[in-house]
Design a protein around this ligand. Structure first.
Ligand code: FAD
Length: 432
């Protein structure tokens, strides 16, 4: 969260916030404001809240699915605080310890990484607990991330030929940054590592929604906000901001004009490709990477963690949930234009081999999120604005920005989106 602000004085001056976009960033802003007595109206263009982190009923599969698998780690403090605040911590589960099973489809090898709970990584001193084929010296190369240049890529900062890179660091980097390591910014990976792996196993416990993303991150937030004056308008697209004297005074929406009173703030929590059309002159990320998810309708053994890292195939991570096996492929611009059938034909053999299944391919839903996250490159990093966009360059005094694309210091993740919401709330409480 951003540095402490004197909220006691601000509480009296800001009476309501108008939040454009009810994804995690917008919801986190509303939750943080409500904790200080400021209610929010959320305007959401889609039929439901959640944005890029949502669940819905899929008629073809006849069950609820998530738009894509989302993995959170216990070291993601903003996300954990958010879940605690909205009373949803118990809706996330997982192996309960830091445990990451992998399979290499090319060699048939299987191994599990289990970092020790404390900061001292005893596990790397024991060959049997290391990633197969790695030596102690390989793990020391992780320290190179600390000294990486400001624009260095992951592949430049680490040794892409080492077994540790191929079997652990590359899969983690692609999952966390959603960008090919030859382009992805090493310092964004470092911030993720510093909050998780470098802190030890206590900070790396995988947390997965027991039921679905909406049931953990979205619905409990809306339930918590309602008695605190929160209002959600779905199917309500904001089409323009009306400004006078450097303040936003109204939102033009598909449901009509929404006045913004004196003492009211506006939060732009829509994705960057929308925000830059609504805020004149806004510079925001404009290059994106896809994530492809394939949801196979079948029951399988969840194994020791409920998910499995996969090397040597097209599938990258397999999540086993009740009645559904879901596959995630990140940094997926390279394959996103394949048809659903082509993707399923390519990925199903990986799932069969990884989970040791015998059956034919079951019903499958392919979900392509073409703009899943901004590309975590040096050029895009420079386009990430802070929570304020100055009035003289098209912003407004009572307007703040939130979203995983703002300058959080993190890649586009749940943690980044929630942190951006907390930062936006702090900016409002400090006097937007
Ligand atoms: C497939 C997939 C897998 C992912 N996996 C992970 C993971 O494993 N771990 C992790 O930490 N993160 C993961 N992420 C990233 C994470 O989902 C995002 O960082 C986060 O959800 C972004 O939240 P946000 O609120 O910033 O943006 P969004 O979720 O995009 O929210 C913006 C909202 O604004 C709404 N909107 C747009 N235009 C308008 C308008 N004109 N008026 C009103 N509303 C509007 C949108 O409908 C949307 O609801 C994944 C993302 C995807 C897509």
């Amino acid at each position: 969260m951003a540095k402490a602000v004197d909220r006691s004085a601000a509480r009296g001056s800001v009476t309501r916030a108008h939040v454009i976009g009810a994804g995690l960033a917008g919801l986190a802003t509303a939750v943080a404001l409500a904790r200080h007595g400021v209610a929010a109206s959320l305007y959401e263009a889609g039929p439901a809240a959640g944005g890029r982190c949502r669940s819905y009923f899929d008629r073809g599969l006849n069950c609820r699915i998530d738009n894509g698998n989302h993995l959170l780690l216990s070291g993601n403090h903003a996300a954990m605080t958010y879940l605690d605040t909205i009373g949803a911590r118990r809706t996330v589960g997982g192996p309960g310890v830091a445990r990451f099973p992998f399979v290499d489809l090319a060699t048939g090898e299987r191994w599990t990484i289990e970092p020790d709970p404390g900061r001292v990584p005893w596990w790397i001193f024991r060959p049997a607990r290391r990633v197969p084929g790695t030596g102690l010296r390989d793990y020391l190369t992780l320290l190179a991330l600390r000294h990486a240049g400001a624009d260095a890529t992951v592949a430049e900062a680490l040794d892409p030929t080492s077994p540790l890179y191929k079997r652990l660091l590359e899969p983690l980097a692609v999952a966390a940054l959603n960008t090919p390591p030859a382009e992805a910014l090493a310092r964004l990976l470092r911030t993720v590592m510093d909050a998780t792996l470098m802190k030890g196993g206590e900070a790396c416990i995988p947390c997965l929604p027991r039921e679905g993303l909406s049931e953990s991150f979205i619905d409990p937030a809306l339930t918590w906000l309602e008695p605190r004056g929160g209002k959600l308008l779905t199917g309500c697209r904001v089409t323009a901001l009306r400004a006078e004297d450097g303040r936003v005074v109204a939102l033009e929406t598909t449901d009509g004009i929404m006045p913004v009173g004196a003492g009211e703030a506006v939060v732009m929590a829509a994705p960057p490709w929308v925000a830059d059309g609504l805020v004149p002159g806004l510079v925001a990320p404009d290059a994106f990477q896809a994530i492809v998810n394939l949801h196979f309708r079948l029951a399988a053994d969840p194994g020791e963690a409920g998910f499995l890292g996969v090397l040597g195939g097209t599938a990258e991570w397999i999540f086993v949930k009740p009645g559904i096996v879901s596959v995630t492929i990140s940094a997926a611009n390279r394959i996103v234009d394949l048809t659903a059938e082509e993707l399923a034909e390519r990925v199903w053999p990986d799932v069969r081999a990884a989970l040791r299944l015998g059956e034919a391919m079951p019903a499958v839903r392919v979900v392509k999120e073409r703009r899943a996250t901004f590309a975590a490159t040096a050029a895009q990093e420079r386009r990430r604005p802070g929570p304020r966009w100055p009035a003289e360059t098209g912003g407004a005094r009572n307007l703040v920005l939130a979203g995983d694309w703002t300058n959080t210091g993190l890649p586009a993740t749940i943690e980044g989106a929630i942190r951006s919401g907390y930062t936006a709330a702090d900016a409002i409480l400090a006097g937007a």
